[in-house]
Design a protein around this ligand. Structure first.
Ligand SMILES: Cc1ncc(COP(=O)(O)O)c(C=O)c1O
Length: 478
């Protein structure tokens, strides 16, 4: 008998990808309950078709504007090798934030000119790796770091290696705020990132001092993650464009690219009913629906007007625009399946507590930022999700809960699930493909879970094996 997709779909469903079939959650036709039976719980599940569709959406947005656009997937969001391979095969480039991510990007097959390298505190070894590889751009975070890149080129040449001059871009911090969480905003002067306005021109002059060692090819601003509005992007682009024109006027140097960073938001709140008790601004931010095409065309519109005023349109015509999308590629392509392991009914408060096997060791941002991941019952996905539960993970501290224990209003106090949940029931935390697998850790001696990738034909491939107890000992010396 073929499986049935339910007629009236819950708000979290995405046709062809996240559906209800036979009352179970189905991911590209793969049954969530069967996946848990086969691969055990907890389990990360990714959809290859959804990753490809998300990248296609970005590529279509690029067609809406008349400049070359280079997308560099922010691998910090998820650098699993199978995920990187899917990104590579989809035809976009990559952003790395450490020597380790650079190593992974090269190993999976990205060419050096497809790689850009961000980071505030790169080591000499990491800079040597990047210079040796000859990547598209090392994004320097301070004037001091320009000297470090130069030293790296000299060091390698003195050691007898043949290396080209390093391509660098300067990361700026222009004091642009967004409506995201403060910890996710990166263009404020109070953040740790970038070169401030008062230093920019000197920084460029410094970068142009030794053209045999470094070539200043670009300028970069990342306003932050999950930016719900178009204005900060446009403001950042305008700021970089104005600097580009000033640098050209003052030094005659032309930059090749403007890098607008990441931050295109993901709609974490397809079903707003679960989050009714969150403040409106939080719901607006989490439920943001900003088209990448809007971001690009608005940024260019503002820059074009400024270029016209300055009679410098020819400069804009020479510029490639970079974007560093992370969560907009991978967040809604991944989810965590978890099993209810324990239950308690507290007479004094009237609360029913569900204790799962997925804590903040898997979903660090649920604890760090009190980030909202929509929770559904995967075993009874088609049923009314109207009963209130306190939900918590397995870790040994009180903060390992699916609500905001500090009462900051960022998470709902109760999660709504099907009535009469019992131990053994499988739940799913949706939209959890970004900044989760990449940040998990084996706290409390919990071996890290497996991850599978569901393909077009509904088959699931293991893309990360489940750790064993022996893995817990692998790095200890005793
Ligand atoms: C420099 C930089 N670029 C890109 C990103 C990716 O952001 P997002 O995942 O919101 O697209 C980040 C995330 O923190 C970042 O720091």
């Amino acid at each position: 008998m073929s499986s049935q997709v339910v007629a009236s779909c819950p708000a979290w469903t995405i046709p062809g990808f996240l559906e209800v079939r036979d009352n179970h959650l189905s991911i590209n036709g793969a049954d969530a309950v069967t996946l848990i039976q086969e691969y055990s719980s907890p389990l990360f599940v990714f959809s290859e078709p959804r990753i490809r569709a998300n990248i296609k959406r970005l590529q279509s947005a690029a067609k809406a504007v008349d400049r070359p656009i280079k997308f560099c997937y922010a691998s910090k969001a998820n650098s699993n090798m199978a995920v990187l391979k899917t990104v590579l095969e989809s035809g976009i480039d990559v952003e790395v934030n450490s020597g380790g991510e650079l190593f992974k990007a090269l190993r999976v097959g990205f060419k050096p000119d497809q790689i850009i390298f961000n980071g505030t505190s790169k080591t000499h070894e990491e800079l040597d790796q990047a210079v040796r590889a000859g990547i598209y751009s090392i994004n320097v975070d301070s004037v001091y770091e320009i000297g470090l890149v130069e030293e790296s080129v000299l060091r390698l040449r003195e050691a007898g290696e043949t290396v080209d001059r390093a391509r660098i871009a300067l990361r700026l911090v222009p004091e642009i705020g967004t409506r995201s969480h403060l910890g996710l905003q990166t263009a404020l002067l109070t953040s740790k990132f970038g070169i401030s306005a008062s230093e920019v021109l000197d920084a460029f002059r410094r970068g142009l001092q030794n053209p045999d060692l470094v070539h200043v090819c670009g300028i970069h601003i990342h306003v932050g993650s999950q930016t719900p509005d178009v204005e900060p992007f446009a403001e950042a682009f305008k700021s970089m464009w104005d600097h580009l024109m000033t640098i050209h006027r003052e030094t005659g140097h032309t930059l090749e690219h403007i890098n607008l960073g990441g931050g295109i938001p993901v709609n974490y709140l397809r079903d707003r009913s679960q989050a009714n008790d969150l403040p409106e601004h939080e719901r607006d931010m989490l439920g943001a629906d900003l088209e990448p095409a809007t971001v690009l065309s608005e940024a260019l519109r503002v820059a074009r007007a400024s270029a016209r005023d300055a009679e410098a349109e020819h400069l804009l015509d020479q510029v490639t625009i970079l974007l560093e999308p992370g969560r907009s590629v991978i967040a809604d392509a991944g989810l965590v399946l978890t099993t209810v392991r324990n239950i308690k009914r507290r007479q004094e408060t009237g609360d029913v507590w569900l204790l799962t096997d997925a804590g903040y060791n898997l979903m660090l941002s649920m604890n760090n930022y009190k980030w909202y991941y929509h929770l559904i019952s995967a075993s009874r996905a088609g049923e009314q999700q109207g009963a209130d539960y306190k939900v918590a993970g397995p870790l040994c501290d009180s903060g390992d809960v699916y609500f905001d224990i500090e009462r900051g209003g960022r998470l709902p106090d109760y999660r709504k699930l099907a009535a009469k949940v019992e131990p053994g029931e499988i739940l799913a935390l949706l939209n959890s493909g970004a900044y989760s697998l990449a940040q998990m850790f084996p706290y409390n001696g919990r071996p890290l879970p497996a991850a599978v990738m569901v393909k077009d034909d509904s088959s699931a491939l293991v893309i990360r094996r489940r750790d064993t107890y022996e893995d817990l000992l692998a790095s200890d010396v005793w």
